[in-house]
Design a protein around this ligand. Structure first.
Ligand code: ZN
Length: 439
């Protein structure tokens, strides 16, 4: 339960409000899970609450992971440096064919532990058995947007597609009105989903007032496949199907031309950038600066652990900033404030929760983290936002508050038993080894 009042004080506050204002020595006052005040100096005395001394560290919004497959933590390091089809057929498919709810629950709990410990307070998930992911997030106290993946082939969870739509609707009903868990309709990608599936998923999302999420324009081969099948590029294909709109969150968005970017902006589509996954799978570099300049809401995601191999958004920010500078041969491209915004305010906007989270402003829910900056790699501290993007790591996160609840205090979890989470994941890894050997 959240304390009636909680104050985090004696820290440098990165508000990440629209002007990214920084408060040198201030406090954040929380009442009933919401931010009541963000101010400089000492907090007012509290009669009924708790206090956390940030010890002159950084107080900032919790990070928003815009795209992941949480349970794929159980695939971390299983098989790297392989061509995509070999990786899928030899390692991923044999496991996914046999996995069950308990497997996904164990992987999702591991992911929640990793994300909280590295400062992520909200994540957006796409996978199988998503009821388990929602339940894991609820248990860990994390904010999330989840959805069951739909595609043209039978699923190890729900079987035929028809039951996938029923599962999605049941998920939407089950979590309606929840403080932390929201549900989306999630179609895998234009190359794995028929036009009928995409249109039906889009209609369902609009009817239920929830986002539609899909992977879009991730690889060159996707573009070629869609062109061969439909005579159009992936974004044009979705436009013709009437699927592009402000309800759509598109993951990756690597292979876009200028006209497609204009179209995404005109339709109000939101995008999630996953630079480390795109690098590891050699997919390409998403044109993020060009999307931002068109006003598109862009968030940052790690993608699953099979293609990253961690869920640390601090590393992801560092990579994003440097990747675009290198690509543009311009050290001023994707500056630290822009990149931190992708992982906070803009990431929340991209997920449709910009009014709730993503910055430290009175009235928003209290999702925040405290970094310990008294460490050799963070001293001296001239520009805290630069430090957060270029020098800090997930391991520097000391306290985490989500919806007013302290879920990590002095790097110790208050909502989950880390030993049990790690043991369950190791047990599942034994199954993964067996299933891969059996083929
Ligand atoms: Zn993905």
């Amino acid at each position: 339960m959240a304390c009636a009042s909680l104050v985090i004080h004696n820290g440098t506050i990165l508000t990440m409000d629209s002007s990214a204002s920084v408060i040198e020595r201030g406090y954040v006052l929380i009442r009933d899970g919401a931010i009541a005040a963000v101010a400089s100096g000492d907090p007012p005395p509290l009669k009924d609450g708790a206090a956390i001394d940030a010890e002159r560290g950084v107080i900032m919004p919790g990070l928003v992971n815009g795209h992941t497959h949480a349970a794929m933590t159980l695939f971390r390091g299983l098989a790297d440096d392989l061509p995509l089809m070999q990786w899928l057929e030899r390692y991923i498919f044999p496991v996914e064919r046999r996995m069950d709810a308990a497997f996904v629950r164990a992987g999702a709990m591991l992911a929640c532990a990793e994300m909280i410990r590295s400062g992520t307070t909200t994540f957006c998930d796409m996978y199988l058995f998503e009821q388990e992911v929602a339940a894991a997030a609820r248990q860990a106290g994390m904010r999330c947007l989840v959805g069951e993946v739909l595609y043209d082939f039978p699923s190890p969870n729900y079987g035929p597609l028809e039951r996938g739509f029923a599962y999605t609707e049941a998920l939407i009903d089950r979590w309606a009105g929840d403080d932390l868990v929201s549900v989306a309709v999630e179609a895998h990608a234009p190359y794995t989903c028929s036009p009928e599936l995409l249109q039906r998923a889009s209609r369902l999302a609009q009817q239920r007032g929830v986002p539609l999420i899909l992977h879009l324009a991730e690889t060159e081969s996707e573009t070629l496949q869609i062109q061969q099948r439909y005579g159009l590029r992936p974004v044009e294909h979705l436009e013709r199907l009437g699927v592009l709109g402000p309800h759509l969150i598109a993951d990756h968005c690597v292979h876009l031309n200028a006209a497609e970017m204009d179209l995404l902006a005109a339709r109000g589509v939101r995008c999630i950038h996953c630079p480390e996954s795109n690098m590891k799978l050699a997919s390409g570099i998403a044109p993020v600066p060009a999307l931002i300049s068109r006003g598109v809401a862009v968030g940052l995601g790690t993608d699953g652990c099979a293609s990253n191999n961690d869920l640390d958004l601090f590393g992801e920010m560092d990579t994003a900033a440097k990747l675009h500078k290198l690509q543009q041969r311009d050290p001023t491209a994707m500056d630290a404030v822009t990149v931190l915004a992708l992982a906070t305010r803009e990431g929340a906007r991209a997920l449709g929760i910009g009014a709730l989270a993503g910055s430290l402003e009175a009235g928003k829910r209290a999702d925040l983290i405290v970094l310990d900056t008294r460490q050799p790699h963070l001293v001296p501290l001239y520009h805290p936002i630069s430090h957060v993007v270029y020098a800090a790591r997930g391991g520097d996160v000391r306290h985490v508050v989500i919806d007013g609840q302290v879920v990590l205090r002095d790097r110790r979890f208050t909502t989950l038993d880390l030993h049990a989470v790690l043991s369950a994941a190791e047990e599942m890894a034994g199954r993964v080894r067996r299933w891969v050997a059996e083929g």
